[in-house]
Design a protein around this ligand. Structure first.
Ligand code: GLN
Length: 232
């Protein structure tokens, strides 16, 4: 309250699934960091609110924002029509897209046309999962294995439990840099996607702040600074 002259700063809880470098990950000290996290923090600073970062399973993020357990999703979440029915998205803040990854020594898979009878590994609830499910329903893939975190999704491919991973291209590229010689990208980007921050449907006040802050940090160069730190 304004009584006593103290100004209270609002704190919003940001939910994220931090196995998604360079967008969200855990650093050596155990703190959650990454492009999305620094960007939402910069937006918060610009708009004069505080954020508290909480780790949540990817498929639990939308239910958590709907129930009010978290206020904002910052988790490399693609803006899709189906999700627009469940949450409200900010303006898009970065472009990504899906790609197919295979083991580094796999020369059989060079495009989406080479997936007949193969096993895919995907993160549960992701757009990569949706794409894999479509390919399963169409009789292309023979099995879709789902995991909660992207590190395990990748491990399944590396260990030979799956033939392909369908995941966001920048995250797969980051894995290739971190674990050289293990996996590679097969063919072209499958789809283009844009990420947005999400809030509970109808939470216009918060969404307006996020959009205004995003605009400001783009204009003042903060966005570019964060981007060059994570995408060099
Ligand atoms: N961008 C993809 C999606 O929104 C994957 C996000 C993620 O796994 N963190 O489904």
């Amino acid at each position: 309250t304004a009584e006593g002259g103290e100004v209270e700063t609002a704190t919003f809880i940001v939910g994220t699934e931090p196995t998604f470098p360079p967008f969200e990950m855990t650093d050596e000290s155990g703190a959650i960091t990454g492009f999305d996290i620094e960007l939402i923090k910069a937006i918060a600073e610009d708009q004069g609110f505080e954020v508290e970062i909480q780790s949540i399973g990817f498929d639990a993020l939308i239910p958590a924002v709907q129930s009010g357990n978290i206020d904002i999703i910052a988790s490399g979440m693609t803006i899709t029509e189906a999700r627009e029915e469940q949450v409200d998205f900010s303006a898009p803040y970065i472009d990504a897209g899906l790609a197919i990854a295979v083991a580094a020594d796999n020369s059989d898979v060079n495009s989406v046309d080479d997936l007949q009878d193969l096993v895919a590994s995907v993160q549960i609830g992701s757009t990569g999962h949706e794409k894999a499910q479509e390919l399963l329903d169409a009789g292309v893939l023979s099995e879709v294995k789902t995991f909660n975190t992207v590190d395990v999704v990748m491990m399944e491919l590396v260990n030979g439990g799956a033939d392909v991973v369908i995941n966001d291209l920048p995250v797969t590229q980051a894995y290739m840099v971190q674990q050289p010689g293990t996996i590679k990208i097969a063919g072209e980007k499958l789809e283009s996607e844009s990420y947005g921050f999400a809030v509970r449907s109808g939470n216009e006040e918060l969404l307006t702040m996020i959009d205004a802050g995003l605009q400001n940090v783009i204009e003042d160069g903060t966005y570019d600074e964060i981007q060059s730190k994570y995408f060099s």
